[in-house]
Design a protein around this ligand. Structure first.
Ligand code: AMP
Length: 275
């Protein structure tokens, strides 16, 4: 992979990189298209990163439709597909990890201990191997995006982190590889995430600026049922992820919800057009 990247550079191409765990959907492909439009060559990686899964999570059953993914990327005319093997990424004796800052312990980090250390460690390795000029990340995983951008700044990694809008199905459900786990009934229940975010956006548009009140609108939008359980609902500062009390000037709403055994996350800026 590194030799390939070096050869592209010698030809004068800028390198765009889209790291993924595969089971590709329109969200992933939007990142690929953005990179294709902005960079001379685009690399996509598919690696189901064991370090970012906790015990009892879905590492083993995570979908791996490799041939379908490769065909999709072929159609997008991606220049390289990087498929590192587990023993290459985590050889015996591997011990070093990237430690996220305090943001790594909140929200997703609290629900999934060790998750972001696992994400950042593998993203740092992928950056070191691929050597991209730009790397594309979805706002769908807002906290991950913030932590990756923080890591790149803190460690002086020579890569520009490019945030990309969340892509949704026509009914508002954010594309996610985990949507494949949902039964038709659960798929309908899962619409509560987008609905709750839209209600919070409407409350903001109507003048509501109190963090606690906006959080309550989110909570009310996720009515617990036999198949739906709220993990967290929060309204935070989009830059610091500090939970806002009092009157907010900007706001990012965060949701994590379990639908059946599937854990879904979504988020939305309340103070700007849908993204
Ligand atoms: P994953 O394969 O889930 O690790 O995601 C790989 C990249 O795709 C991450 O940067 C995600 O934030 C991004 N991504 C996932 N779903 C979406 C979506 N619905 N819209 C935009 N980007 C997404």
């Amino acid at each position: 992979m590194r030799h390939w990247s070096q050869a592209r550079r010698r030809e004068g191409a800028s390198l765009g990189f889209v790291p993924t765990m595969g089971a590709l959907h329109e969200g992933h492909l939007s990142l690929v298209r953005r990179s294709r439009g902005e960079c001379g060559a685009t690399v996509v990686s598919i690696y189901v990163n064991p370090l970012q899964f906790g015990p009892g999570e879905d590492l083993e059953r995570y979908p791996r439709p490799l041939e379908r993914d490769a065909a999709l990327l072929d159609r997008e005319e991606v220049d390289a597909l990087f498929l590192p093997r587990r023993e290459e990424m985590l050889p015996p004796g591997f011990t070093t990890k990237v430690v996220p800052g305090p943001l790594g312990d909140r929200y997703e980090g609290r629900s999934r201990p060790g998750h972001f250390a696992g994400v950042l460690t593998i993203v740092a390795k992928l950056f070191a191997i691929v050597g991209p000029d730009r790397a594309y990340f979805g706002r769908k995983d807002a906290q991950q995006l913030a932590l990756v951008a923080r890591m790149a700044r803190d460690l002086d990694l020579p890569v520009e982190i490019v945030p990309c809008p969340t892509v949704r199905e026509p009914d508002g459900l954010a594309f996610s590889s985990r949507n494949a786990y949902l039964s038709p009934g659960q798929r309908t229940s899962a619409l509560c995430l987008h609905r709750a975010l839209e209600r919070a956006r409407a409350a903001w548009a109507g003048g509501e600026r109190r963090g606690a009140a906006l959080r309550e609108v989110l909570r009310q939008g996720i009515r617990a049922g036999p198949e739906v359980a709220l993990d967290y609902a929060a309204v935070v500062d989009p830059d610091t992820f500090e939970e806002g009390e009092g009157t907010l000037a900007t706001a990012l709403a965060l949701l994590a919800v379990r639908v059946g055994s599937t854990r879904l996350i979504d988020n939305s800026r309340l103070d700007s057009p849908a993204q």
